[in-house]
Design a protein around this ligand. Structure first.
Ligand code: SIN
Length: 292
């Protein structure tokens, strides 16, 4: 078995400090004010941290939706969500709203974003606009580690295997969220390799998730289930994850090619039928690329 690579210790470049938050992935980036123009050197250090740590976090960023979009657009081109409308004046920013009487977060299960699309998004920049003092944290998991910790026999079995990713019924994206509005997009399916190679790092990562991956190509759902269930459970083992506690103005930037994420549905007051917390996030989503 290949020994997984550990994150590098704290680094600093162009006034940007990068502090890992777990043994698996994730790093806090300090010394950056995203409301101010970023030098090329500072942005290069941030982009390097993104590639190395897979998800990076910033605190206390007082930025407008336009500044949010501009920061995200320095990484990659942006895309809107196929099924949920963005902000009226800035369609590339998706407002993710959990009302106080809703107990689920939008996307509240382990997944990578929009993998049902032929060119799934490369990542996203998520900004906390309104979050409770506690609750509604987000978990992230490292799909390089998910792949690298498989046995050689399993890696050989997965070589060349492809899987079908299915959006399911489009209504599921907004019907249970009173604060979210539909587009006219329709159900989408795509086939992707089960193991993909990151185009910049050259590392291999497991690319299945329990929300969108429905079955292996040329197999039935029933035939696929045991192995797919194993891979999806293995991928999010606790030791492959980090957990981020939001504050208003916190920002997370993740590489959707090699991570999964899951906002935690822990609003137990709302679950009992009492008033819970409101959680409002703004997401700028990077455009996609074909997984290979
Ligand atoms: C998402 O899946 O993009 C939302 C993540 C979150 O709200 O924490």
């Amino acid at each position: 078995m290949q020994i997984p690579t550990a994150p590098s210790p704290e680094t600093a470049d162009a006034g940007v400090q990068v502090r890992p938050v777990s043994g698996a992935l994730g790093a806090e980036v300090l010394g950056v004010d995203l409301s101010q123009p970023l030098s090329d050197e500072a942005f290069a250090a941030i982009r390097q941290a993104f590639l190395e740590h897979l998800v990076i976090f910033f605190r206390d960023q007082a930025i407008t939706p336009a500044q949010h979009r501009a920061f995200a657009a320095r990484f990659f081109e942006l895309d809107s969500h196929p099924f949920v409308q963005g902000l009226e004046n800035i369609p590339q920013i998706l407002e993710i709203v959990k009302q106080p009487d809703e107990f689920r977060n939008w996307g509240g299960t382990w997944h990578a974003d929009v993998t049902f699309q032929p060119d799934p998004s490369v990542g996203a920049v998520l900004l906390a606009r309104e979050v409770p003092d506690y609750g509604g944290d987000t978990l992230f998991a490292n799909m390089y580690l998910a792949y690298e910790t498989l046995s050689d026999g399993m890696k050989r079995l997965l070589e060349g295997l492809e899987a079908v990713h299915d959006s399911g019924e489009v209504g599921a994206f907004y019907a249970n969220f009173k604060g979210m509005r539909a587009t006219s997009g329709s159900r989408t399916q795509s086939v992707h390799p089960v193991v993909r190679t990151h185009p910049e790092t050259g590392r291999k990562a497991l690319f299945v998730n329990s929300v969108y991956t429905s079955h292996f190509k040329d197999m039935t759902v029933e035939e696929s289930h045991p192995l797919l269930h194993y891979l999806c459970s293995h991928a999010v083992r606790a030791e492959f994850t980090c957990r981020f506690r939001w504050r208003p103005g916190s920002v997370a930037v993740w590489d959707n090619r090699v991570t999964q994420h899951s906002p935690i549905d822990d609003d137990f007051r709302a679950r009992k039928g009492d008033a819970g917390f409101r959680r409002v996030m703004h997401r700028a989503t990077f455009a996609g690329e074909r997984p290979v």
